[in-house]
Design a protein around this ligand. Structure first.
Ligand code: HEC
Ligand code: HEC
Ligand code: HEC
Ligand code: HEC
Ligand code: HEC
Ligand code: HEC
Ligand code: HEC
Ligand code: HEC
Length: 407
């Protein structure tokens, strides 16, 4: 390198540094202290560093509808009222992001979500009412009487250390109260950075929580004609179609989201997953919900976008027959345990005698499975995982009762 070229390089370098300092001085101080979203958008400052630091996040974000709509990293990450903050390379960011960060732009979805059992009732199912404010309890009780005002679940005392957090709470956190006064999280279904509707329409997304013997919805779906067809045709369906004009041409096969949430052909999208239900299937003894008629109408209207009326009516009639016969079998088991307790043959504590576990399994596993199978088209779940197990367990329970009484 000649003396001349070194001189030029040093000269240009110094000039650039001086220019940078001058430009920085000229910028209003507010921008360096607390940059406005417009500035972040223009400078791409977060993405600049983060494409080196946590590049997967930047890739996920760049695929999102948010990136296309000009939303920035900072739009989500800046603190909302009541959120803890920290300083990060000159930016003030929220320490934890919650549904509140999304609700600033999506209040309709948040309000619907709040009315559903995915909100406060989901958390109260495990932890009871303790962490909620009186206003939050009053709000949710208006829609779901007794679902928030209740004690922590009996099973929470029977968990090993760490299990409650990574077990019950990971699924039920969909409705966990946040310290900023909001409830729940949107990212269980949409993820944090792709914020995708295609993801939310995938059965596996719901199946993260809706699976296993106590709520085998994913397994039932996969066995149903709907699930089998979907698994064959998913690559030719348009899972990215905008909810505002989703048609059966985009998705001629329903997923969980289609039946429970989607705005198919002019119907309203709902984030209240309770809206289209007519029975409390998860209960030991299933009863009609208060909005039985409207709930059932709403779901049938979805079926009717793809099916003829007689087929849908027949489907519901047959499912309700299974529901009533399941109720009868479960009632028999619950009565038996109640009688033994009255006779002083069982302690008042729950879950300390084998027959109590059997009675619990009767409704919590097999009863629910039979009912869910009947309403979502899972023949094997109605019969072998449901009805057969109910028969077997009632025989075992009667045998145990005979022994207890003989002793
Ligand atoms: C000067 C480079 C730089 C800039 C600018 C920057 N970040 Fe970071 N950020 C980092 C580094 C480095 C980490 C730490 C990564 C690690 O721990 O592996 C980080 C971590 C984070 C974390 C995780 C923090 C935690 O404690 O869990 C978040 C959230 C974050 N950045 C968001 C942003 C947002 C939003 C912006 C823009 C408003 C931004 N960052 C701008 C470099 C930067
Ligand atoms: C749609 C809202 C949204 C946008 C836009 C967004 N984020 Fe995030 N980000 C989140 C949420 C939600 C979390 C989870 C935070 C939590 O759990 O407290 C998160 C977490 C992070 C983390 C920590 C993740 C980890 O796994 O360690 C980093 C780093 C981050 N974001 C960087 C960015 C960057 C860089 C951008 C822009 C390219 C960006 N975010 C845009 C919502 C968003
Ligand atoms: C600053 C405003 C803003 C924030 C904050 C924000 N969004 Fe959005 N969101 C938008 C806009 C604008 C669109 C694009 C709307 C359109 O294309 O019709 C959008 C679209 C969406 C979509 C539809 C995506 C699609 O493919 O059609 C989802 C889902 C979504 N946002 C979820 C979230 C979630 C979850 C959060 C919080 C983690 C969040 N948003 C935070 C403004 C925001
Ligand atoms: C992070 C876990 C999680 C995910 C993901 C999830 N759910 Fe749920 N869901 C729950 C929990 C927990 C409940 C039980 C709430 C209660 O009644 O206590 C529930 C309840 C429901 C109910 C019954 C509501 C009622 O009124 O009884 C429906 C329907 C439902 N979810 C549908 C869906 C659909 C559809 C998806 C996917 C688009 C989904 N869920 C994703 C955890 C989840
Ligand atoms: C794999 C995710 C997952 C785990 C782990 C989990 N649940 Fe659930 N739970 C759900 C889903 C999904 C429902 C909704 C079932 C339905 O409506 O059919 C539910 C329903 C319930 C219900 C009935 C609804 C209500 O509001 O009364 C209770 C009670 C409950 N869970 C308590 C617990 C407890 C306690 C634990 C831990 C011992 C636990 N759950 C572990 C996902 C989970
Ligand atoms: C073809 C439409 C359809 C599909 C697809 C579907 N469901 Fe359902 N689902 C129903 C019907 C119908 C009911 C019973 C409604 C009632 O109570 O009247 C139901 C009930 C439920 C319940 C029971 C709530 C309770 O009371 O215990 C949950 C939870 C649920 N579905 C989740 C899911 C999940 C998760 C998937 C996907 C893995 C799914 N559903 C797929 C139609 C569907
Ligand atoms: C149980 C899963 C689930 C949760 C939790 C959830 N969403 Fe969604 N969301 C969906 C599904 C599924 C769709 C697509 C509906 C359809 O197919 O028409 C959707 C669609 C959307 C859209 C696009 C709506 C439109 O009309 O274009 C926005 C925006 C959105 N969600 C925001 C949110 C926000 C904000 C939260 C948190 C308060 C949230 N979502 C929580 C499943 C979920
Ligand atoms: C988005 C369209 C769509 C929706 C919504 C929908 N289905 Fe289907 N369903 C289908 C398709 C497609 C098939 C396969 C039809 C065929 O073989 O021609 C099917 C098959 C079925 C079958 C099996 C028929 C057989 O002979 O194998 C039943 C039962 C059924 N649906 C009931 C329902 C009920 C009940 C609802 C509402 C709770 C519903 N479906 C909602 C598209 C839909």
């Amino acid at each position: 390198m000649t003396f001349r070229s070194v001189f030029i390089a040093v000269f240009i370098g110094t000039a650039l540094i001086v220019a940078a300092i001058l430009i920085n001085r000229a910028r209003p101080p507010i921008e360096t202290a607390q940059p406005a979203p417009e500035y972040v958008r223009a400078s791409g400052k977060c993405a600049g560093c983060h494409s080196k630091e946590t590049s997967a996040i930047v890739h996920q974000f760049s695929m999102s509808a948010h990136a296309r709509a000009g939303i920035t990293c900072y739009d989500c990450h800046y603190p909302q009222a009541g959120q803890e903050q920290f300083t990060h390379n000159g930016f003030t960011l929220a320490k934890t992001l919650t549904a509140l960060n999304c609700a600033q732009c999506h209040s309709t979805e948040y309000d619907q979500f709040l009315k559903s059992r995915h909100a406060a009732p989901a958390w109260a199912a495990v932890r009871g009412e303790e962490a909620f404010t009186p206003e939050q309890i009053a709000f949710s009780e208006k829609y779901h009487e007794g679902a928030v005002k209740r004690p922590p679940n009996e099973l929470t005392i029977a968990q090993w250390e760490g299990v409650l957090e990574l077990g019950c709470e990971s699924c039920h956190a969909i409705g966990k109260p946040n310290t900023d006064g909001s409830i729940g999280s949107c990212t269980h279904c949409h993820a944090r950075h792709s914020t995708s509707i295609a993801l939310a329409r995938q059965p596996e997304t719901c199946g993260q929580c809706h699976m296993g013997p106590d709520h085998s919805q994913l397994e039932i779906y996969n066995e149903s004609k709907h699930g089998v067809l979907f698994n064959l045709q998913r690559s030719i369906l348009n899972l990215n179609a905008s909810p505002k004009n989703l048609t059966t041409r985009d998705m001629s096969v329903p997923t969980c989201a289609t039946c429970h949430m989607s705005g198919l052909e002019g119907m309203n999208v709902t984030h209240d997953v309770t809206e289209r239900l007519s029975w409390w299937l998860f209960s030991a003894i299933s009863k009609k919900r208060p909005n039985y008629i409207m709930g059932q109408e709403a779901m049938k209207n979805i079926c009717l976008k793809c099916h003829a009326k007689p087929q849908v009516e027949k489907f519901y009639e047959e499912a309700e027959v299974v529901l009533h016969s399941t109720n009868k079998k479960v009632q028999e088991a619950l009565d038996l345990v109640a009688e033994l307790r009255q006779e002083g043959l069982l302690t008042p504590e729950p879950f300390d005698e084998p027959i109590e576990f059997l009675a619990f399994d009767m409704w919590h596993y097999y009863g629910r499975t039979a009912k869910h199978g009947a309403f979502m088209g899972g023949a094997d779940f109605v019969q072998w995982h449901g009805n057969y197990e109910l028969l077997l367990h009632i025989v075992e329970m009667k045998d145990m009762a005979r022994e207890l009484r003989a002793d």
